[in-house]
Ligand binder design. Structure first.
Ligand code: ADP
Ligand code: MG
Length: 728
């Protein structure tokens, strides 16, 4: 083992478990650092409190004078908790979170100072934010962007800073973040779903989307992680031969959690409790050093904020434990990558989960209505849903022979398939009394409250029904959940609106009973959306062929997938629902294709550097040792040396071949990069990076990895897979 690698591994032994102080009961500290309803009751006047609650429940505006009261209360609360600063906390299109801290502290001019935080500072800020991605919406002469308070997501204290969740929009009102479109989509799906839910219960006045994400990640010792330039700069290994042992024994999955890791998790969960992030589940994942964390689901906007916050907290807590968190979707070749399952459903303000079967036929008809509409929505907009999870890093998972394929399909399990098959036979038009009884008793009435069929079994499906919610499994581990959630809410809103129109027409024009009308429309939807339903193996080649026959999209790369974002169909959808304008959509597309090209560009540079500065020089060093050896043998044996130096000669030859191939690969790749960089059009540039530059990665890597196997372990400088994945 090289001294470099040895000292990195040596360092991991110095990283002992950090002691974690935990309360006896977590419930005692839950939300302690959140300006929660309880805290608001304590620190706000009755009127201010009501004003915030109305803003949360009804979306009503908060009066400026009231905002002053609220900010004062919030400040007092924050200071009582040790906060010295405040920040608007938002999610620009970089995918990360952004913050700029200001002190409460202000001088009064007479040598004194006070703590101040006015309503204006709470409600709106104008960060000099010209360096955030904006896709051309903000010209540099109009670089102003506004952050505006989102009262539906409570303020919280992290460290000594009061963080106020905000949206981020341009001076002219266009969304520059992930939250704004999400909030708009939540409003539209509320409206559409409430109207449909009223068929079943007149008391429903609001429907909100729920989200429970499951965050997968790798945890690598800091010393090992920073010993790899690729992990450091690209977040993933760009080369490295597979370890002799990988995940084939499945001995990591659900295994006992290593002590150091467990201490990290406990520390992290502690922080989450204080911040009101309801994390509940932790376990080892399939790949070595891969783990998962999942919360109790929440209202979608809050859940999205909590996931963004969590990722930030995970990094910070990891520092204390000398770990690096890898959020990348594919940090290591040959073993599983990471995703972020998004469990999604709709819930009413009367406390009903609309995707949960009930105890009566009527409740089940409601369930079926929302269930079938979801399937239909995904059928209509599968390409947009695929686009919403596209990124350079997620391309390594989707369609690359592991967890969810790039083809979007819906898995519902055998029990519900039977129910839909029965419903498909419903008579066209009015239902006879017998048929109705039959339906209610034997089809709808038969759906058990708890679906026994373990729908979770088909892990290859990107969008699976799991008993009382749909689970979008194709989301990347690095992604901001707001993006796919916006799409799901939007397509569902559109679908439910159409559904209601069709049902109402049948009731009004055809004089049908409500149930008959609903059955009739659902029957048509079942027939129409059949092609999106797939119960088989989503990884197989057979499915690719079958899906193509069914007319489903199979966009394997990000530039290809993102086209659906700017299609006429998407623009119409978003404009109709007032979620985004054409300008906003096109700006977003531009940002994403640009980001894609830069991502591949960085990876290409890092790979080129490592291959030329680490791999080739090391290979030459080893080759020189071999040459010396051969020379020596020649000295001893004269012309008969070949008999003794056969292996060495072959090695010398192989090393030369690999070095030549690597050099050629890098040179050609750089040429393609140069060509790509000259392309002005951002989308075309992304395609060039995808189709012309990226293919060299595999080729270069192949030869580097071969050299890793040939070269003396004593001098190989890069920490190997077995060391990265099995040391802790
Ligand atoms: P698993 O998928 O590991 O079997 P569960 O099915 O219990 O685990 O839950 C996974 C995630 O789904 C959790 O975060 C949970 O809170 C969330 N979840 C459960 N019900 C809902 C719902 N109605 N809406 C959204 N998320 C939900
Ligand atoms: Mg799950």
């Amino acid at each position: 083992m090289s001294t470099l690698r040895f000292s990195a591994i040596q360092e991991t032994f110095d990283h002992k478990p950090v002691a974690v102080k935990e309360p006896k009961r977590r419930s005692e500290i839950f939300g302690a650092n959140v300006f929660s309803e309880n805290a608001m009751r304590q620190y706000l006047t009755k009127d201010s409190f009501k004003s915030v609650m109305d803003a949360i429940d009804k979306g009503s505006k908060i009066d400026r004078a009231v905002a002053d009261h609220i900010s004062t209360g919030m400040k007092e609360w924050a200071i009582s908790k040790g906060a010295t600063h405040y920040t608007h906390w938002f999610q620009p299109l970089t995918g990360a979170t952004a913050e700029k801290h200001d002190a409460f502290f202000e001088t009064t001019g007479n040598g004194h100072a006070i703590e101040k935080f006015g309503g204006g500072q709470l409600v709106q800020q104008e960060p000099d934010a010209s360096s955030f991605p904006h896709g051309g919406i903000r010209n540099t002469f109009e670089a102003r962007g506004y952050t505006a308070w989102d009262p539906t997501s409570p303020a919280f204290i992290y460290g000594t800073t009061l963080c106020i969740p905000t949206i981020f929009v341009s001076y002219t009102g266009e969304a520059l973040d992930n939250k704004t479109p999400l909030l708009r989509s939540l409003q539209t799906v509320d409206k559409a779903a409430t109207a449909v839910a009223k068929y079943f219960d007149k008391n429903v006045t609001k429907v909100h989307a729920t989200l429970g994400w499951e965050q997968e990640y790798f945890l690598i010792d800091t010393a090992l992680a920073i010993s790899r330039p690729d992990l450091l700069l690209a977040g993933r290994t760009l080369l490295g031969h597979a370890a002799a042992k990988g995940q084939q024994l499945d001995d990591h999955y659900f295994g006992s959690i290593p002590t150091r890791v467990l201490n990290y998790m406990r520390d992290l969960e502690n922080e989450c409790m204080l911040l009101g992030v309801p994390v509940k589940t932790r376990h080892n994942e399939v790949a070595p050093n891969q783990f998962e964390l999942a919360p109790i689901f929440e209202e979608a906007n809050l859940a999205v904020d909590h996931n963004s916050l969590l990722m930030d907290v995970m990094d910070k807590v990891a520092d204390r434990h000398n770990f690096r968190v890898l959020f990348h979707e594919k940090p290591f070749a040959g073993i599983n990558g990471s995703g972020k399952h998004n469990n999604w459903s709709l819930a009413t303000d009367t406390g009903v989960n609309l995707l949960s079967p009930g105890s009566t036929p009527m409740k089940n008809l409601q369930f079926l209505t929302f269930f079938i509409n979801t399937i239909k929505a995904v059928y209509e907009y599968e390409e947009l849903l695929r686009a919403s999870i596209a990124s350079a890093s997620n391309d390594h998972r989707l369609g690359a022979n592991e967890a969810p394929p790039a083809i979007i399909s819906v898995f519902i399990g055998s029990q519900l398939t039977e129910v839909l098959d029965e419903l498909e036979k419903v008579t066209n038009g009015k239902l006879s009394p017998q048929e109705k009884t039959e339906l209610k008793l034997n089809v709808v009435g038969k759906i058990p409250e708890i679906l026994l069929d373990n729908t979770d079994r088909n892990r290859t499906s990107p969008f699976a029904f799991t008993g009382n919610k749909f689970e979008l499994r194709a989301v990347g581990s690095m992604a901001n959940c707001a993006v796919p959630m916006t799409v799901l809410n939007a397509i569902m809103a559109q679908q439910l609106t159409e559904f209601k129109e069709s049902v109402d027409v049948l009731i009004k024009d055809k004089k049908m009973k409500k149930d008959d009308a609903i059955f009739n429309v659902l029957r048509e939807y079942i027939k129409k959306s059949k092609n999106i339903r797939f119960e088989g193996d989503g990884y197989g080649e057979a499915w690719e062929k079958e899906a193509a026959k069914r007319g489903l999209s199979n966009n394997k790369t990000t530039p290809e997938a993102l086209k659906a974002y700017v299609s006429k169909k998407t623009i119409k959808l978003y404009e109709d629902l007032q979620i985004m304008t054409k300008v906003e959509i096109e700006a977003r597309h531009e940002i994403q294709v640009e980001e894609y090209a830069m991502h591949i560009q960085i990876e290409g540079r890092v790979l080129g550097d490592i291959a030329r500065n680490h791999v080739i020089p090391t290979a030459i060093r080893y080759q020189n040792i071999l040459i010396e050896n051969v020379q020596g043998l020649k000295d001893i044996y004269g012309n008969a040396f070949k008999k003794h130096a056969g292996e060495q000669m072959q090695l010398i030859e192989s090393i030369s071949v690999h070095i030549a191939e690597i050099n050629k690969g890098i040179t050609d790749m750089i040429n393609e990069r140069k060509k790509a960089n000259k392309i002005d059009d951002a989308e075309k540039r992304a395609f060039a990076y995808c189709d012309k530059v990226k293919p060299y990665f595999e080729e270069i890597r192949y030869h580097c990895d071969k050299l890793e196997l040939l070269v003396d372990d004593e001098i190989w400088p890069l920490t190997k897979y077995r060391e990265l994945l099995f040391t802790r």
